[in-house]
Design a binder for this molecule. Structure first.
Ligand SMILES: [Ca+2]
Ligand SMILES: [Ca+2]
Ligand SMILES: [Ca+2]
Ligand SMILES: [Ca+2]
Length: 577
């Protein structure tokens, strides 16, 4: 969050630096072309969705940094009825903040008709500290998704009881992670079939450590850039299989590296069947933890070429994701940074190194002025190619008064893969992409089960924004829920390959990705106008590592595939009924 540099940049400097910015501006008149119904995403307003909850950032004159970083959001099916429910994280009481009115997180049950009902109190998932993010995973393999809420202070693990209620099991589980927890991800690093938990940690911070970082040219106190605070180590918790976890941060090598971590995605960068971690850091180099399979991770970010910008400068890494965007069989990486830093699309060179392809791919020129948080690769139009949706917003709520071009609230962006690179199609994609938001978390999920993946955006000190996708259902698709039996129940790390006539594609089910947020666990395979999926192959994660091939598949439906059964069934309960 390089606000001082931002603030000091003059208009002349800006103009000389920003050919890219000019291009961006020149695209803007393309907005509002065409008929509203043909746009791919449409806002579902609170009066339609019933989602009335609003995030409170607790913005104060003292400018405590955690006020600027939340909130995360999640799609999850907490009651297993086949319909995605929603979880939203709020601020709350901590050493620097005492709410004047009660604040709580929110769990919204999907009513299957486009509306949601607030069931938070009954479910017992109100939170209770200064919340940041959420990571959903079925850590005990009982078929019910559990919720981990990261907080500034101390985090919470809610175990899903299966009757609409949850129990706070943080103390028994041993995953409180005291400090400033930001992103978190469930993944099985040791391939024992149980989901372990990585928790990213931001800087060393407390009310006492809050620094006055000087008054800016506008005479006001702004949020400090994170350079003012000391880096800290992230946490790794090993799942013991009995409801408890062991803190293995030190022996795994995770804690040997100090950072200021925001985003995390669990992926496999070298195809060895061991899940690696890509972690974004703010003002210090990003991490790439390669999993060596003996319980140890090696941090190779610098050698891999993902730690710094092209000029060797540590940037402000925030949102991250991983996918095989160019379908060469190796997982690529993405990180969003702050304005003037460009975002990076790191294409995998197949040798544990990456090249930043953001420039040629059109990403860098579109993101030069932006600050990016929640983002996700997914195939929004179900043509078989992964696209990219990202939510943006500058962390400094006073930036508008000091800056000609950079604003606090920013437009979300949509990039479409055209076979060679990402094309910014935000300008042609409707009013959603002209709406400025102080966006932070972003989750993807198909809340109305039409096969078109929808988007939920968390807004700092505002109402969440639910976007319905109307593009995906215009093509054919097959949705798959994977259920691991030997491998981890959520099948994190599974690879799905599918063929539909001339179209062959491969997807990995990564752990996490985006920023402070958690996604619909189902994978939607787009096939464009083709009317048949010839086969789907699933390579399950270890310990089984088995490959199963399925044929005679339906289209435009969700199916369930249970590891080891060699067959598929219609998703039950049938979400389309
Ligand atoms: Ca549900
Ligand atoms: Ca569970
Ligand atoms: Ca494990
Ligand atoms: Ca949908």
């Amino acid at each position: 969050m390089n606000r001082i540099r931002t603030a000091r940049l003059t208009r002349r400097e800006f103009l000389s630096k920003s050919i890219a910015g000019a291009l961006l501006v020149s695209q803007r008149p393309l907005f509002a072309l065409g008929d509203a119904t043909q746009f791919p995403f449409e806002v579902v307003p609170p009066e339609k969705s019933g989602i009335r909850w609003v995030h409170s950032a607790a913005h104060s004159p003292e400018k405590y940094l955690p006020e600027s970083s939340g909130p995360g959001v999640a799609f999850l099916d907490y009651d297993n009825d086949g319909w995605m429910d929603i979880y939203l994280v709020n601020s709350g009481k901590c050493d620097f903040f005492t709410p004047t009115k009660p604040l709580r997180n929110a769990l919204y049950k999907n009513n299957r008709d486009g509306t949601f009902t607030d069931v938070t109190e009954k479910a017992g998932v109100i939170g209770g500290g200064f919340g940041q993010g959420v990571a959903v995973g079925d850590y005990d393999g009982d078929g019910l998704p559990d919720i981990y809420v990261t907080q500034y202070g101390s985090s919470i693990l809610y175990h899903n009881n299966g009757d609409g209620t949850f129990t706070d099991v943080t103390a028994k589980a041993g995953v409180a992670a005291p400090g400033w927890a930001s992103g978190a991800v469930w993944f099985d690093y040791d391939n024992d079939g149980r989901l372990d938990l990585f928790v990213a940690r931001f800087a060393d911070f407390s009310k006492e450590l809050n620094k006055p970082c000087g008054i800016h040219e506008d005479g006001l106190r702004h949020y400090c850039i994170p350079k003012a605070y000391s880096p800290m180590a992230c946490w790794l918790f090993h799942n013991n299989g009995d409801g408890t976890f062991t803190d293995v941060s030190k022996e795994s090598g995770i804690a040997s590296h100090l950072g200021k971590a925001w985003g995390v995605v669990a992926t496999d960068i070298n195809n060895d069947g061991l899940m690696d971690l890509f972690v974004s850091n703010d003002t210090v180099p990003n991490f790439l933890y390669v999993n060596h399979g003996n319980g140890k991770f090696e941090e190779i970010g610098e050698i891999a070429g993902i730690a710094y910008s092209a000029d060797g400068v540590a940037r402000s890494g925030m949102g991250v994701d991983s996918a095989d965007v160019d379908q060469d069989g190796f997982m690529d990486l993405y990180v969003a940074n702050i304005n003037y830093q460009d975002y990076s699309l790191y294409r995998n060179n197949h040798d544990e190194t990456f090249d930043d392809a953001a420039g040629p791919e059109g990403i860098a020129s579109s993101t030069y002025l932006m600050s990016g948080w929640g983002l996700k690769f997914f195939d929004f139009d179900n043509d078989g190619n992964l696209d990219l949706f990202q939510a943006d917003g500058h962390p400094d709520d006073l930036i508008d008064q000091m800056h000609l071009q950079v604003t606090y609230a920013e437009r979300p962006m949509l990039f479409q893969w055209d076979g060679k690179g990402f094309r910014n199609i935000s300008g042609q994609s409707g009013p959603v992409f002209n709406q400025r938001l102080a966006a932070r978390g972003l989750a993807i999920g198909d809340f109305n089960n039409d096969g078109a993946t929808d988007v939920l955006i968390g807004v700092n000190d505002g109402a969440p924004v639910l976007l319905r996708n109307s593009a995906g259902a215009q093509n054919h698709w097959l949705g798959i829920k994977l259920v691991g039996t030997k491998s981890n129940r959520d099948a994190i790390g599974a690879r799905i390959t599918y063929q539909a006539q001339d179209l062959k594609r491969s997807r990995m089910k990564v752990g996490g990705g985006s920023y402070l947020s958690s996604h619909d666990p189902r994978i939607v395979l787009g096939i464009g106008k083709r009317e048949k999926v010839d086969w789907v192959e699933i390579k399950w994660p270890r310990p089984s590592g088995k490959t199963e091939r399925l044929t005679d598949l339906p289209i435009d439906r969700y199916i369930t595939v249970v590891e080891g059964q060699g067959k598929w069934t219609y998703a039950r309960p049938d979400p389309s009924s």
